[in-house]
Write a protein that binds this ligand. Sequence first.
Ligand code: NAD
Length: 438
Amino acid sequence: MQISVIGTGYVGLVTGACFAEFGVNVLCMDNDAKRIARLEKGDVPFYEPGITELVAKGIGQGRLNFTAELTRAVDHGEVIFIAVGTPPKKDGSADLSFVEEVGRGIAGKMASYKVVVTKSTVPVGTGAFLQQVIAGTQARKVAFDVVSNPEFLREGSAIEDFMRPNRVVIGSDSERAVALMKDLYRPLYLIETPFVVTDVATAEMIKYASNAFLATKVSFINEIATLCERVGADVQTVAKGMGLDQRIGSKFLHAGPGFGGSCFPKDLAALVQMGEKAGYPMQIAGAAAAVNAEQRVRMVDKIRDALGGLEGTTVGFLGLSFKPNTNDLREAPALSIAQLLMDQGVTVRAYDPAALEEGSKLVPRITPCQNAYETARGADALVLITEWNEFRNLDFDQLKSVMRRAILIDLRNVYESSRVTQFGFRHVSVGRPTKNPG
Ligand code: NAD
């Protein structure tokens, strides 16, 4: 089969490269010609484990090709995936202008039956809207179907998530389109991946409901963490005790600085907007977003308390990206916390294994450093904010020898306090008692 993927960001490129790996002939299109020129040479414009190798393999085997021309992509694919961005508008609702633009472009160039698939996260009703846009724009009537096939991959483990998903959701009212989609995903069918085949609106809602639920779990445990700090309990053990209950599950119960990234904040906001438009306020999604925003301010308070005041201090940030194994800085807690600290007279030194260059562009007042030990030089505290593996085995003797004060503010609860305090460090974490050395 031949498919096209429009948009070569995290989702589009992973989708294209993985389908090529499944044996499908894939043409990836992006309107960013520079990005396409790089991709044609196998140069992937973002950090994601394994993607460079997979793209090189697809190109080498002739199953993965790139173009900046939409006409070529529409000609090539019987199934056309739309994987362009759907960023938040000022009011929080999803900006569908890129999706609409692509829909109109496809309609204008369609010469044979096409299945147009929304892979982008789009609010309920977008499939129906796209159907109207395409039907209304076609110069001559050509049959087509619109399918919703939301993507659940996580940055940092995107390829594994695509190749071994928990489920595949297909929303369509066309048997022909569903048959083509199932054929495409046959390698997953063979490994007994559950398929949820439903209507377009329900498929669209599954994506928002899933992300809002996960985001709510994070905000929930962060609220519990704050209460733990005030009443003298340990959130790590609370989360473990909760997570062992199979009705709850242990995932997404890690207290920390709050969620970031390109999906949870924007998808929560879009769900809240959907509720507003439908005349039914989404109270839980709204509360999850509000708790998350507050959590960042609480992390600044935590740093202030640990240092006994902020003005004139220096802190070293370990990590900038919103989570490990990605260089994605969209809505990263590190950036807003750094900004809040610098506004209160703090000098912020920072190191990140993949996102340093981009991070220093976004927050130019940060002092970029080349490793954890350089970051620690002259610092009053080290703030561990993204749990990259290389921060899990720090040499505390070496750190202590270059720091002004031996304080570790462990916003991801990576370390046991006993391990840190034995080196003379004060250990401040989230939802657990602060421990002093000795
Ligand atoms: P991204 O910003 O990394 O990539 C979007 C790409 O689309 C860019 O390369 C851009 O140049 C291209 N594009 C924009 N307009 C275009 C047009 N008119 N024609 C062709 N190309 C165009 O975005 P992303 O992170 O890959 O997310 C894409 C969608 O997938 C979003 O709706 C997002 O919510 C959803 N999603 C993202 C993730 C994730 O982890 N990033 C996971 C699941 C779902």
